[in-house]
Ligand binder design. Structure first.
Ligand code: HMG
Ligand code: MG
Length: 301
């Protein structure tokens, strides 16, 4: 199988991992988590979200989190930004990279950001242009790329339609989200067969949730396409409150186990990552779901 020498893990735990958690994690503990992650060798951390605090109360402290962390040189600190109001706050906190987001399906787009797909494009265009003018790089998420909890299966052509608009407005990388974690490798292949007719793999990243335990196989299925950027969350935390049935992201430590064992370079230290995960277990007072944490706790020796 064609495999890369190196890949990049994009840690979304402090954002995607926490946004679905009911019990509020203190700002201090979020800062501690990000500082620990910054010490693992990860070079990309999505730290929070500048969405409406009423929609995602857990991340209402985004500015304080960003201002409180020890920023390490060489690490990109990113956050979600839905509109100009969010961008104002993100720039005030001096975010490195802005991530805009929308869905390939109307149902989830409406539930998640209260707009139709057509209404979303001009809002994001303004954000992308202003962020680029401020010297920031911009990432774009497309959610529900394989299936939507409201509209059913998503055709790859619909993903391409949204991707065309995002690239046209100046987004530099698109992360393809299996928001509800239902995809299997054949569906990922069908999607990438279509998208890679039009875009280069270095402009795409994969974002798998792991509801059905298929995320790792989906990552493996993406490798022959030349994709080298993968989103994951510490401990397997995560989910979207506006996507029924969405569960955690694929766990960073499980993705790291895969790449370490395949001999693919990530630059990330497993022991440090597991200790960061353990710190979150202590804060959340429950075991996290990653396989590597189960091994670490001695449950699968
Ligand atoms: P809306 O209510 O339609 O907003 O929400 P609006 O533009 O009509 O404004 C209403 C009020 O909100 C106004 O205040 C605005 O100023 C204020 P008023 O004038 O009434 O006093 N407002 C804001 N305040 C602070 N920060 C802001 C902001 N925007 C407006 N940014 C909106 C639209 C997009 C804001 C809302 O729907 C929202 O915040 N949604 C976010 C939902 C979310 O965060 N979902 C999870 C992230 S996406 C995800 O998890 C998927 C992903 O992981 C990939 C995958 O897995 O597929 C990325
Ligand atoms: Mg997600």
């Amino acid at each position: 199988m064609k495999q890369p020498n190196a890949v990049q893990l994009k840690e979304v735990g402090p954002r995607d991992g926490l946004q679905n958690e009911k019990a509020i994690i203190t700002t201090e503990n979020k800062i501690e988590l990000i500082n620990r992650l910054s010490d693992t060798g990860l070079d990309y951390i999505e730290v929070s979200s500048f969405v409406h605090p009423k929609w995602i109360p857990q991340l209402a402290d985004a500015v304080d989190v960003l201002k409180g962390i020890d920023r390490k040189p060489g690490i990109t600190y990113a956050a979600l930004v839905p509109n100009l109001k969010g961008l104002e706050r993100a720039l005030d906190a001096d975010i490195d990279e802005v991530s805009v987001f929308m869905s390939a399906s109307e149902g989830h787009n409406k539930e998640n950001i209260n707009k139709t797909i057509a209404e979303t494009f001009p809002v994001l265009r303004e954000v992308v242009q202003a962020a680029r003018a401020a010297g920031k790089t911009v990432r774009g998420y497309i959610s529900t790329v394989v299936a939507c909890p409201y509209d059913g299966y998503t055709e790859p052509s619909q993903v391409k339609y949204v991707a065309d608009h995002l690239f046209d407005m100046g987004v530099q990388e698109i992360s393809l989200g299996d928001t509800i974690g239902v995809a299997v490798p054949t569906q990922v292949e069908r999607l990438l067969d279509e998208l890679l007719k039009h875009y280069k793999p270095e402009h795409l990243a994969m974002h798998f949730h792991d509801t059905h335990g298929t995320a790792i196989s989906n990552i493996v299925a993406s490798l022959p396409y030349g994709i080298t950027r993968f989103d994951s969350a510490i401990g397997g935390l995560g989910g979207c409150p506006y996507a029924k049935g969405a569960s955690g992201n694929v766990a960073t430590e499980d993705v790291l186990y895969l790449f370490d064992t395949m001999g693919i370079e990530t630059g990330v230290d497993m022991q440090k990552l597991l200790h960061a995960s353990q710190f979150m277990e202590q804060q959340m007072k429950r075991p996290l779901t990653s396989k590597q944490m189960a091994v670490f706790r001695g449950e699968q020796l």
